[in-house]
Write a protein that binds this ligand. Structure first.
Ligand code: SAM
Length: 317
């Protein structure tokens, strides 16, 4: 289905929980989130229904996100059901990877095709600092476990944070030499409550090109990342610039939060509830949300912050 600006909406990001086993400083408050009532969240059945409704409107790519999707107890059976929905051609997941040692194989079996694994640093103490509790070894073991399964693609996502990991750009990029993975650097987005980062933390994607002059351009694959490759590497380097060079004109996505709100745009406060609806009502509501998708997300900067009105773990990134 096309939105008012002619964009074909074919990509749904479904957040399956707001809860997470980490507390990344740019994403989530230190003391977690106020746990909502079970009945206020989308049920397993409603999630399946919402994806069926979206697929009937032309969504072909589904990404499961969170919070941390792997802390959801029924995640494997949910993925099994979602991957079987007619029209869904690609089932992807974004995860911090720490629970993949146990779950990589069952997820692949359940039909998950692609994984994005978040990893902002290769330094043990910095990993603990940015996640406020995580252990780097668990994330790395998660990546190793995923690499043993035959996922169609594994991408490592690093949020670019000036003064924190800009010195690690070459080391993170070198993962594409050692493993068959893509590494993507994503500009830090100024959510209304994204930790204690000062203006210096918000660095543009062009810093990566300055640090890696040997990068060779690669033909775009239809996604939002500008693609490059290190000579001789096995995977691409993707640069994602929601702040310094927005890609709203190519935005083909809608989001559904774990509490059942459709977000036509990540950075808008507009939300439309799906909770408690039938398949037909969900279809109509999704149509309305797609038609209300704004043309662009408005100025984003350290001083012009997102209007999302939620922390990222409550949206799904
Ligand atoms: N827990 C999972 C994970 O860590 O990948 C999935 C949810 S997380 C909200 C999804 C993605 O959003 C992660 O790659 C995370 O780094 C990114 N993210 C969260 N807050 C962000 C921010 N303020 N700016 C840029 N990316 C952000």
């Amino acid at each position: 289905m096309k939105d008012t600006y002619g964009r074909e909406i074919s990509y749904l990001r479904l957040s399956v929980t707001e809860l997470c086993n980490l507390r990344c400083r740019y994403c989530m408050p230190e003391d977690g989130v106020l746990k909502k009532r079970h009945e206020d969240m989308l049920s397993h059945e409603e999630m399946v229904l919402a994806v069926r409704a979206a697929a009937s409107l032309g969504v072909t790519k589904l990404r499961i996100t969170g919070g941390e999707p792997l802390v959801k107890p029924d995640i494997v059976s949910l993925c099994g059901e979602l991957s079987g929905i007619e029209g869904i051609r690609e089932l992807c997941m974004t995860t911090n990877g720490t629970l993949l040692p146990k779950l990589a194989a069952p997820l692949r079996e359940a039909g998950v095709d692609r994984l994005n694994i978040s990893l902002d640093t290769l330094d043990e103490s910095k990993y603990h600092r940015i996640t406020r509790r995580g252990e780097l070894s668990q994330a790395l073991e998660g990546i190793e476990s995923a690499l043993r399964e035959d996922f169609a693609k594994i991408k490592i996502n690093a949020v670019l944070i000036g003064g924190f990991n800009d010195d690690e750009i070459p080391a993170l990029a070198a993962l594409t030499r050692h493993y068959p993975v893509d590494v993507r650097f994503i500009e830090l987005m100024p959510m209304y409550d994204s930790g204690d980062f000062g203006p210096e933390a918000f660095i543009p994607y062009t810093v990566v090109k300055e640090k890696l002059p040997e990068l060779e351009p690669v033909k775009a694959d239809g996604g939002v990342a500008k693609l490059y490759r290190l000579p001789g590497a096995q995977g691409n380097i993707g640069l994602i610039s929601p702040v310094s060079a927005h890609f709203c004109a190519q935005c083909n996505r809608i989001r559904i939060t774990a509490d059942g709100k459709i977000k036509p745009c990540l950075h808008s406060s507009e939300e439309i509830s799906l909770k408690g609806m039938s398949l037909e009502e969900m279809k109509q509501t999704l149509c309305r949300a797609i038609l209300e998708k704004p043309q662009w997300h408005g100025e984003l900067s350290y001083s012009e912050r997102s209007h999302a009105d939620r922390t990222m773990n409550q949206i799904g990134g």
